[in-house]
Design a protein around this ligand. Structure first.
Ligand code: COA
Ligand code: MG
Length: 289
């Protein structure tokens, strides 16, 4: 699965920002046709996104396009405008049911068959960001074309009538449920946007907390947020060394017939070994270790 530590959005009608994104070494570039684009610019966005997909070199960055929600009345034209230009994946916002994913997946499969691309090669990522979406996470997460669940905190807060705060308790339950369902279905979990993009300490703090909750990546909306977010979702050198010592010790103790042992004054058994293996896998996926 593609590494998705930082998923950068930009308005799909803004060719300059799309080109800028190519220079940032960001994991995913998501050209938006939904809420980042004014209603009277939707046609320009469709044309600009399709042209960017065809003409630009994205290098190692994944090329994603976000269409408007199923039921918005804009979704058919959005998806038909961009599929032939072969994005790596489609981001579907405001998902509330499995049927909505099936509808998009059906359109994608028709294109895959028409152009002789491997079926299921174009992936889907879904924004879960409404009360109904959170309640239906179990059915939503089960679709085989999905790679990731994305938590949209701002839309979710609107949908439940919450007031956003710096602490974020008003969105905490939903934020946690998204991780839970993602992990139960072997999906990536991509955390909320830090909208205050001038405050880099804040984006660092919120990214670190997201990683603690089990998120594997975070949405970003400005170039300055890319590096801090990538760092927060990449284990640092000290954690990598600790994790590999722990795994080595585990192997040695297993040979001696011991499942639990002590290391630096702490009891180590299977869950901690698995956590250490997880750190090494994340480091490896980020090209470290
Ligand atoms: N992707 C790529 N490049 C971006 C960018 C983004 N999301 N946001 C800003 N940039 C570029 C600017 O074009 C500018 O480039 P330049 O130096 O070559 O002129 C540079 O980074 C610095 O940008 P800055 O002047 O600090 O910001 P801005 O005032 O141009 O834009 C926002 C501020 C919030 C409007 C902009 O960051 C943005 O559009 N973000 C994404 C919004 C979005 O897509 N929302 C929907 C999904 S949640
Ligand atoms: Mg949203």
């Amino acid at each position: 699965m593609h590494s998705r530590r930082a998923l950068l959005y930009m308005p799909g009608d803004d060719r300059h920002k799309i080109e800028k994104a190519l220079t940032l070494g960001v994991d995913c570039i998501c050209m938006d046709m939904e809420d980042g684009v004014a209603l009277n610019r939707k046609t320009d966005a469709r044309l600009t996104v399709a042209a960017a997909l065809r003409e630009l070199q994205f290098g190692l960055s994944e090329k994603l396009a976000r269409i408007n929600a199923v039921g918005s009345g804009l979704e058919t034209e959005d998806i038909e405008a961009i599929l032939a230009s072969r994005p790596d994946g489609i981001v579907l916002p405001k998902v509330e049911s499995l049927e909505q994913i099936q509808w998009v997946s059906g359109k994608i499969e028709a294109a895959e068959l028409a152009y002789s691309w491997p079926v299921n090669s174009i992936r889907m990522l879904v924004d879960v960001e409404t009360a109904k979406g959170i309640l239906n996470l179990k059915e939503i997460s089960s679709h085989p074309r999905l790679d990731a669940l994305i938590f949209g905190a701002e839309d979710y807060a609107v949908s439940i009538g919450a007031i956003r705060t710096a602490e974020g308790w008003e969105v905490f339950t939903a934020r946690s449920l998204v991780v839970l369902h993602a992990k139960a279905h072997d999906l990536q979990a991509i955390d909320l946007v830090t909208v205050d993009y001038h405050d880099l300490a804040r984006v660092r703090g919120e990214a670190a907390f997201g990683a603690q909750l089990g998120y594997t990546g975070k949405q970003v909306i400005h170039p300055a947020q890319v590096r801090p977010v990538q760092e927060a979702f990449t284990p640092d050198d000290e954690s990598i060394i600790k994790a590999s010592c722990l795994v080595e010790a585990f192997v040695a103790y297993q040979k001696e017939g011991k499942g639990a042992f002590a290391m630096e004054g702490k009891m180590i058994d299977m869950p901690l070994v698995k956590a250490a293996q997880g750190v090494l896998e994340r480091a490896h996926a980020a090209g470290k270790g």
